[in-house]
Design a protein around this ligand. Sequence first.
Ligand code: AMP
Length: 225
Amino acid sequence: MRLVLLGPPGAGKGTQAQVLSKDLSIPHVSTGDMLREALRQTSPLGLEAKGYMEKGKLVPDTLVIALVKERLLKEDAAKGFILDGFPRTPEQARVLDHTLEELKIPLDLVLYFETSLPVITRRLSGRRICGKCGKNFHLVNFKPKVDGVCDACGSALVQRPDDREETIGKRLKVYNEETTPLIDYYGKKGNLVRVSGDLEVRPLNTQLMELFKKKGLLRGALANS
Ligand code: AMP
């Protein structure tokens, strides 16, 4: 199954993608996670992206597009993928379409996480990530087993610099200006489905699995697992 998760920061795309990736045995491809990993490794890409990310701005299309193209060509993406946080601009969407057309692997669905502002603010202010492996948690909704400690690798949890209050407003403005045109773009193409990002992880997951079943997308997907 090939999915794009579209929606504002704090819509719960990353958390839902983590669960779906496990259920469907397909990789979760998050450009935000990949860029943060590049930053931890202090690679040239990470260093170039750093300033944009800290200010809540978008990293230039050329850098992100190259990153995604390379990732989608990896073997594990052949059976499907969940794109989270990409595409984020009309240019990224056009290049993605073109690339998938060339590879003859069209998207199955674009899930648009419609999310209200109070929920976005609550999610972003409570989000914590592992400083080492990047796994996401939430102080209330997705708690680690031990407070402040990553379940996966045992390292300390931290707040993302761009989740601080002063940057959240900027990220939402960028989302409204640069990413919301994609709702229309995919709506016209006919593969957009609106879901409620206000729902918690499990109820939304149940709805999504029902949707996949109804659309006949589960048979091949579950054979992968
Ligand atoms: P995210 O984890 O998806 O919220 O992304 C964190 C930050 O990474 C964003 O605020 C951007 O600075 C950068 N980023 C992630 N994905 C993209 C993208 N598709 N295009 C441009 N910048 C991105």
